[in-house]
Every structure is written in structure tokens, then in C-alpha cells.
Design a protein around this ligand. Structure first.
Ligand SMILES: *Cc1c(COP(=O)(O)O)cnc(C)c1O
Length: 414
């Protein structure tokens, strides 16, 4: 496509933008359980209006826009309250989980260097294999390896395996609370003790569950201690654009103190224009996602998040009960949060075929590899689809089983 010579009118542009969406999944319908986090139109409206109010501002220029400095302080403060940080101000608002993790890895590496870590040795993070791939991405940029230990039968990190893997190259241990892969909590308390004993940086990745887990007890679901109140935890990442329910481009990384946070700052002072200093990966940054985060946190409040958790967990409970009634598939246990995985437990039921058939019925099907399963990241919107989904799943499993019985399952012609 070439740049049009004559600009188009908005009406034509809008029509094209809308028609471009034609083949996208309808996230509003609950037919996907990944990528979008949608509660209802009231919340979406608040998020969008806040974003639009700050559409044009630039987070790089906080001196020019004290509003942004204030909102960032407020959002970080609220995160400090939610995650029981000893210093509620020691955080950074970022564009997403990847950037929050990037900053934590950077800070851990810089602290190691400041303490005399040898520059001829490649630093290393030790974590369970379920840790999010963003750590490897950060490591790729920052010259840090990630050593992954096997998950246990419960899909959690083994504190013993992590401890054994620690070497003099290790600068950080990291864990998930909960994991995106299986929705379970790594043993944060035991890992915190190990980190403390060895004076290592310990990062808790609460990107996906950071705005669910703190509210689970109030909704009647127990979670292990995982936040900055656990001794040994040095930093924690949590995405406001996931279950925080704000516009995309919103996450926080919290540090135990301002001292650790300071390692995120990059400063270059030999520029003819003067000193250039930032604490994030980006330079020019949108302010809309910050305004959305600020607004959504205020709009939902503690009670709103508790309500979200209750809806999501009840939806999960209903789906689990329904799947248990379907012969041939079973729920992958344990499930400690919003993730729901189910697999085949009958050789006549090919889970790939189930996924394919669900796809044909208009469901976007997320997949897991170990175990081979169908993976759903449930949200409030899914309360409306439970019966529909279970009905389709029941029919699909029957269809796949009967085809297998007459011996035509492997050519995938159904
Ligand atoms: C989503 C996620 C990330 C990465 O966050 P992005 O916002 O996609 O950059 C990291 N860790 C976990 C556990 C996640 O779920």
C-alpha cells in the first residue's frame, strides 16, 4: 500500500477501520478467553473517556504535565497499598508486563554490578519452567540467561530445585503468582527465605493475577501470601491492563525500596540538548493508558475488584462442574485462579480434534502444551457463556469420540 496522495475523509477512514475488524474475534461475546479483559460497557466507557481526556499528553514531559506525575504517583501508591509494599512510592508505571519485568531484570543486574558482580560472567536468573517468556526476552536484551527448573506434579516451582540451581552467576530468582500457564502460585514464602539467606534479588511476577489474587480472600477463595509483605521479595510486577481492567499500556513494577527502584533510571548527560534521563524503556509515552488506569482503579475500587474475582471464580466453578460431567475430558487440577485447563482422559478423545471443532463453532481456543490441554483465561464476560460453551463441548466430545469409534478420526475430515 502506498501513502495516499490525497488524504481521505474521516467517514471513509472510519468505514474502512470498521470493515477491517470483520474477521476479528468478537471479544464482547466471550468467545475468546485470552487477550482482552472486558467487564461491561460502563467500565469500558470510563476507561475510554479517561484515555481520551489525556490523549494528547506525553509521559516523557512530566514537568510540563504535573497531572501525569500526580496520576503516576497515585497509581503506584494504590499498587503499593494492594501489594502491601513497605514503601508504597517505590514503583514505576510501565506500558505492560514485559516492560515491568524488563525493569526488574535491569535493576537486579545493575544492583549486582554495583555490588561487584564480575562483568566477564553472564548473569543468570533461576526460575521454574512455567515462568513467563518475557523474562527470556528481557534477558535477551540485557545479556542475562534464564535457567529454568522443572515444574512439579502440581505445576508449581520446586523451591528445592531452584535452590540447587543457584550458582555464583545467579543474580535473581523469579516466581509466578500465579502462572499464566496453569494459574497456580509458586511457593513464594519458601523462595523468599532462600533469596534472603543468599542475599539474592527475588521477583514475583503477578502480571496476570496481580489484580485478582489480592481480592480473592474477600471473595471467599484462599491464596498463599505472595506480595511484598513476604520477606525476601524485592520486586513485583502486576498488569493493570489485564485483570486491572484498564486500557492496554498499563502495568506497575513495585520495588521493596527507593534504593532498588533507582537502578531502573537511565541517565545520559553528554547530549548537547542537556541531560536525558528516564526510568522506563520508552521515551515518549502515551498518557491515555495512565489516565485510564487511574480512572478504572477509582471506578472499581476494592469492592469492584472483589466482585470481579467472585464472578470469575464462580464462572470457573460452574465450568469445572460442567466439564466433570462430560465423559472423555477432565479438568487439570489444581486450579487456584482464573485459568481453566482441561485435557482428554480417554484415548478416543483427541484434544486437538476437540479444539478444532470448538473453533469451527466460533470459539477461539487457547492451547497449552504441557499437559496438552485447552486453556482458558476466564473473565467476567464469560459468566454469560457457560451453558453455551458446555453444550458445545459436550456435543463436540461426543462427535469426536464416535468418529474415532468408526475409525475416521485421523484424517481430520469431520
Ligand atoms: C501477560 C504476562 C506477562 C507479560 O505481560 P505483557 O503485558 O503481555 O507484556 C508476564 N507475566 C505473566 C504471568 C503474564 O501473564
Amino acid at each position: 500500500m502506498n501513502l495516499p496522495n490525497e488524504g481521505l475523509a474521516w467517514a471513509a477512514i472510519e468505514a474502512r477501520l470498521i470493515s477491517l475488524k470483520g474477521n476479528d474475534i468478537d471479544w464482547r461475546s466471550g468467545r475468546a478467553a485470552v487477550y482482552t479483559y472486558f467487564r461491561d460497557d460502563d467500565l469500558l466507557d470510563v476507561s475510554r473517556r479517561a484515555y481520551q481526556l489525556y490523549f494528547q499528553e506525553n509521559m516523557l514531559g512530566k514537568r510540563v504535565f504535573p497531572s501525569l506525575e500526580q496520576m503516576e504517583r497515585d497509581v503506584v501508591d494504590m499498587a503499593g497499598d494492594i501489594f502491601r509494599a513497605p514503601d508504597a512510592a517505590a514503583g514505576v508505571f510501565t506500558s505492560g508486563g514485559t516492560e515491568s519485568i524488563f525493569l526488574a531484570v535491569l535493576a537486579a543486574r545493575q544492583r549486582a554490578y554495583a555490588r561487584g558482580f564480575r562483568t566477564d560472567v553472564k548473569p543468570q536468573i533461576v526460575a521454574c519452567e512455567t515462568l513467563h517468556g518475557a523474562f527470556n526476552k528481557a534477558g535477551y536484551f540485557l545479556g542475562v540467561d534464564v535457567l529454568r527448573t522443572p515444574m512439579g506434579a502440581d505445576f508449581k516451582a520446586s523451591a528445592g530445585a531452584i535452590e540447587s540451581a543457584i550458582s555464583d552467576r545467579t543474580i535473581m530468582i523469579a516466581a509466578s503468582a500465579p502462572s499464566y500457564t496453569h494459574g497456580v502460585f509458586d511457593p513464594i514464602q519458601s523462595l523468599g527465605e532462600i533469596a534472603k539467606q543468599r542475599d539474592l534479588w527475588f521477583h514475583v511476577d503477578a502480571c496476570v493475577g496481580g489484580f485478582l489474587a489480592p481480592f480473592m480472600p474477600a471473595a471467599g477463595y484462599q491464596v498463599p501470601a505472595f506480595d511484598l509483605s513476604v520477606p525476601g521479595v524485592v520486586s513485583l510486577s502486576a498488569d493493570i491492563h489485564k485483570y486491572g481492567m484498564a486500557a492496554k499500556g498499563a502495568s506497575v513494577v513495585m520495588f521493596r525500596s527507593a534504593e532498588e527502584r533507582a537502578y531502573t533510571t537511565f541517565e545520559f548527560s553528554e547530549w548537547p540538548r542537556g541531560t536525558y534521563a528516564t526510568s522506563t524503556f520508552g521515551g515518549t509515552r502515551p498518557a491515555g493508558s495512565l489516565a485510564s488506569a487511574w480512572a478504572v482503579l477509582h471506578f472499581l475500587g476494592r469492592k469492584g475488584y472483589v466482585e470481579n474475582v467472585r464472578t470469575i471464580m464462580q464462572t470457573r466453578d460452574r465450568l469445572v462442574a460442567g466439564i466433570k460431567q462430560i465423559k472423555g475430558v477432565s479438568v487439570v487440577a489444581p486450579g487456584e485462579s482464573c485459568m481453566l485447563l482441561y485435557k482428554s482422559d480417554d484415548e478416543r478423545v483427541d484434544i486437538d480434534a476437540v479444539a478444532e471443532q470448538l473453533g469451527k463453532r466460533g470459539w477461539y481456543v487457547g492451547r497449552a502444551e504441557r499437559p496438552k490441554a485447552i486453556h482458558l483465561a476466564l473473565n467476567t464476560v464469560h459468566q454469560a457463556i457457560v451453558e453455551n460453551y458446555l453444550g458445545d463441548l459436550r456435543e463436540v466430545v461426543e462427535q469426536v469420540t464416535s468418529l474415532k469409534l468408526v475409525g475416521v478420526a485421523d484424517d481430520r475430515t469431520y
